[in-house]
Design a protein around this ligand. Structure first.
Ligand SMILES: Nc1ncnc2c1ncn2[C@@H]1O[C@H](COP(=O)(O)OP(=O)(O)OP(=O)(O)O)[C@@H](O)[C@H]1O
Length: 189
C-alpha cells in the first residue's frame, strides 16, 4: 500500500447471520478522520466493527497497511462495578498518555472507575483508545454521554493532535462530524 495509506475498503458488506450493511468504499490515510453517517439501522456500527473483525464479512475487501495497530471503542459500557481498577490503571493498560486530558478528569485518575460518572468514564474510555499507540482508531458514537465541555475538548484534541493516526468514527452528532471529520461517507444512502 502507498506510504500514508492505512486502510482501503472496497465493496465491504458485513452482518451477522446474513449481510445487513454495505457495500462500503473508502480509503483512509494518516491524519484523516472519516465519519460514517446515515440513518438509524443503516449499518454504520456493523461496518465499523467489520474493520476490526467484530462481525462477519460477507463480501468485498479490507486492505490494511502492514503491521497496522488498531484501537476501537464500542458503544455502551462494560459493567465495572466491583472491579478495583483506577483511571491510571486503564490508561496504563492501553499505553495511553494522560497528557492532554481535561483538568476535570486529570485530577481524578487515582479514583476507581466505578466511582466515576457516566460521562467521566466515557471520556476516559475514549482517551484510553485515542491516546494509545495505535495507527487506526475506531470510535462508535464518541460524544454519547459527554456534556458540552467534553465534546468541545474532544473536538479540539481531534482537530490538532491526530496527525500520526487515522480515525474512523460513527456519530449522529452532525455538528461534531462537520467540525472534526476531514471526510464524511454516507452509509445506506
Ligand atoms: N448483534 C446483531 N445481530 C443481528 N442483527 C443485528 C445485530 N446488531 C445490529 N443488527 C442489525 O443490523 C442492522 C444495522 O445495525 P447497526 O447497529 O449497524 O446500524 P447503525 O447504522 O449503526 O444504527 P444506529 O444509528 O441506530 O446506531 C440493523 O437492522 C440491526 O437490527
Amino acid at each position: 500500500m502507498a506510504g500514508d495509506l492505512l486502510l482501503r475498503v472496497a465493496g465491504l458488506r458485513a452482518g451477522y447471520a446474513g449481510p445487513v450493511a454495505g457495500p462500503l468504499d473508502f480509503e483512509l490515510r494518516r491524519g484523516e478522520i472519516v465519519g460514517l453517517a446515515g440513518p438509524n439501522g443503516a449499518g454504520k456500527s456493523t461496518l465499523l466493527k467489520a474493520l476490526w473483525g467484530g462481525v462477519r464479512v460477507f463480501g468485498g475487501e479490507v486492505h490494511k497497511a502492514p503491521g497496522l495497530q488498531i484501537s476501537h471503542q464500542a458503544q455502551g459500557f462494560d459493567d465495572l462495578r466491583g472491579v478495583p481498577l483506577s483511571g491510571h490503571d486503564l490508561l496504563g493498560l492501553t499505553g495511553a498518555d494522560p497528557a492532554g486530558l481535561p483538568p476535570w478528569l486529570a485530577g481524578r485518575l487515582g479514583e476507581r472507575l466505578d466511582r466515576l460518572s457516566g460521562g467521566q468514564l466515557q471520556f476516559l474510555r475514549l482517551w484510553a483508545c485515542l491516546a494509545a499507540p495505535a495507527d487506526l482508531v475506531l470510535l462508535d458514537e464518541p460524544t454519547n454521554n459527554l456534556d458540552r465541555a467534553g465534546v468541545a475538548h474532544l473536538a479540539d484534541w481531534l482537530g490538532r493532535a491526530h496527525g500520526g493516526q487515522g480515525i474512523v468514527l460513527v456519530s449522529h452528532d452532525h455538528a461534531f462530524i462537520d467540525q472534526v471529520c476531514t471526510r464524511v461517507v454516507e452509509v445506506g444512502a
